[in-house]
Design a protein around this ligand. Structure first.
Ligand SMILES: C[S@@+](CC[C@H](N)C(=O)[O-])C[C@H]1O[C@@H](n2cnc3c(N)ncnc32)[C@H](O)[C@@H]1O
Length: 285
């Protein structure tokens, strides 16, 4: 395990909240290598607005946050009403997007929601930031490291800063689920834990741009200075899909391990120390 030397940054405590990931559509305008949802993309179904409303009202007492994904959530024609519904229930929303039809964001209702744009590089790879049109609204850019894009991390930070109103850069890494079928297994393209820690440390040492927040997936190798994840006992996630199937752990999606209920605060999990969904959040001093 590795503790980051945070230098000019201060770690902000992260408070995990019960989060429902709603895969609102199986449609996607991209086919990213390794996508954990690739096996669902040929079935072109969307969650209907009525179904969405009942999912939210059935779970609103248990959850504080909804992450909208898919497929590509900006393709869902009722995205605006979905955001309004979450807001009505006082549930915060994050929309994950590949950014290919980012203009959709301009026409959405004026309710609060966060946007995360996931990229695998700046110009390299099938999911580069340079292909995404600039937009003025605040976004988080999520950089997924792979062996073939390591040298683009700095470029993504610069581009995120110059062309986007980038509130935070999130650094994580990708495992090729289409090969392994299993989120926990590495391939030849996966950045090893040791290299991941070194790459992140080097980035923190050298980055002197204007982005004020860097979020980093702990990925089972980085240790938080502000909280002890071994104390965490329960998974905070639930996942639901257009066919109404439920899966508790996001890392079980590729394994199709369905469940009758989400089991918030009930199902114990012993993988928190190496869960890729744990993060460290650094704020510029
Ligand atoms: C399945 S996508 C759906 C939302 C949207 N289409 C997008 O590209 O962000 C959700 C996020 O998961 C990330 N992702 C997909 N497959 C992954 C994998 N095998 N390992 C890690 N992250 C992955 C993507 O980069 C993306 O940002």
């Amino acid at each position: 395990m590795f503790t980051l030397n945070t230098q000019n940054w201060t770690e902000k405590p992260v408070t995990p909240v019960n989060t429902l990931q709603v895969f609102i559509t199986n449609r996607c305008n991209m086919r990213c290598k390794g996508c954990f949802y690739a096996h669902k993309l040929d079935n072109h179904s969307d969650i209907s607005l009525d179904n969405y409303k009942s999912i939210v009202s059935n779970n609103s007492s248990l959850i504080k946050k909804i992450i909208l994904l898919g497929g590509e959530p900006l393709l869902h024609k009722n995205l605006g009403n979905i955001l309004i519904e979450n807001n009505k229930h006082n549930i915060s929303t994050t929309v994950y997007t590949n950014g290919r039809n980012i203009d959709v964001l301009k026409d959405l209702p004026d309710v609060p929601f966060d946007v995360r744009i996931g990229v695998f590089g700046n110009t390299l790879t099938e999911k580069p930031l340079s292909k995404i049109k600039s937009i003025d609204r605040p976004v988080k850019i999520v950089f997924m490291l792979r062996k073939d894009n390591i040298e683009e991390l700095n470029m993504v930070a610069l581009e995120a800063e110059s062309r986007f109103n980038c509130r935070a850069l999130y650094i994580s890494s990708i495992r090729d689920i289409t090969v392994t079928k299993d989120y926990w297994k590495d391939t030849n393209e996966t950045v090893t834990n040791e290299d991941y820690a070194k790459i992140v440390q080097k980035f923190i040492n050298e980055y002197n741009g204007g982005i004020k927040q860097i979020d980093i997936s702990t990925r089972g190798v980085l240790v938080s200075n502000t909280r002890d994840v071994t104390e965490l006992k329960h998974c905070r996630f639930g996942n639901i899909f257009p066919d109404n199937k439920k899966i508790i752990c996001p890392l079980d999606i590729s394994l199709n391990k369905t469940s009758d209920e989400f089991g918030y605060n009930k199902r114990t999990c012993n993988k928190h120390t190496h869960c890729v969904l744990q993060k460290i959040s650094l704020i510029r001093n």
